[in-house]
Design a protein around this ligand. Sequence first.
Ligand SMILES: Nc1ncnc2c1ncn2[C@@H]1O[C@H](COP(=O)(O)OP(=O)(O)O)[C@@H](O)[C@H]1O
Ligand SMILES: [Mg+2]
Length: 149
Amino acid sequence: MSEVVEAGVETFQQTAAAQGVAIRRDVDPEIELLLERSRIERVVMNLVGNAIEAMPGGGEIVIRSIQSGSPNGDVELEVADNSPGIPPELRSQLFQPFATYGKKNGSGLGLALSRQAVLDHGGDVWAVDKQPPGAVFRIRLPRQPANAI
Ligand SMILES: Nc1ncnc2c1ncn2[C@@H]1O[C@H](COP(=O)(O)OP(=O)(O)O)[C@@H](O)[C@H]1O
Ligand SMILES: [Mg+2]
């Protein structure tokens, strides 16, 4: 998991630094999952890329793994930022294709494709309901995918 996160973050390291966005990671190095690596890396890239785009004046992104109760429980990965937050008009269709807001060249496909990748792994991704500021996304992935990839 931590390697997938590092790979996903790496692409944005320079852009983030130049924009004054700090990317903090707190991912348990013990977490190992059977997954389609490149697809989940792209999910991390999408979430980090969106967070950076939402903080043109700088800010902070925190990526952390969340322990579930049992050792065989699902794994959760959280990507949180301190952007102004998810536009309210977008909330209900956030993960729909072509749902984009506030960008010159947004395709609106990042979250839709990310969601499909996570669903294909038997997991789920959602935006945590919270008051602005800040956006928080969580990905849940099963330790043992039902239909091993
Ligand atoms: N971290 C975030 N903070 C604020 N808004 C966000 C964040 N992530 C996504 N969004 C909103 O969700 C929209 C959809 O994201 P996405 O599917 O990746 O499409 P795109 O980035 O091409 O617009 C974005 O246009 C943006 O308005
Ligand atoms: Mg995007």
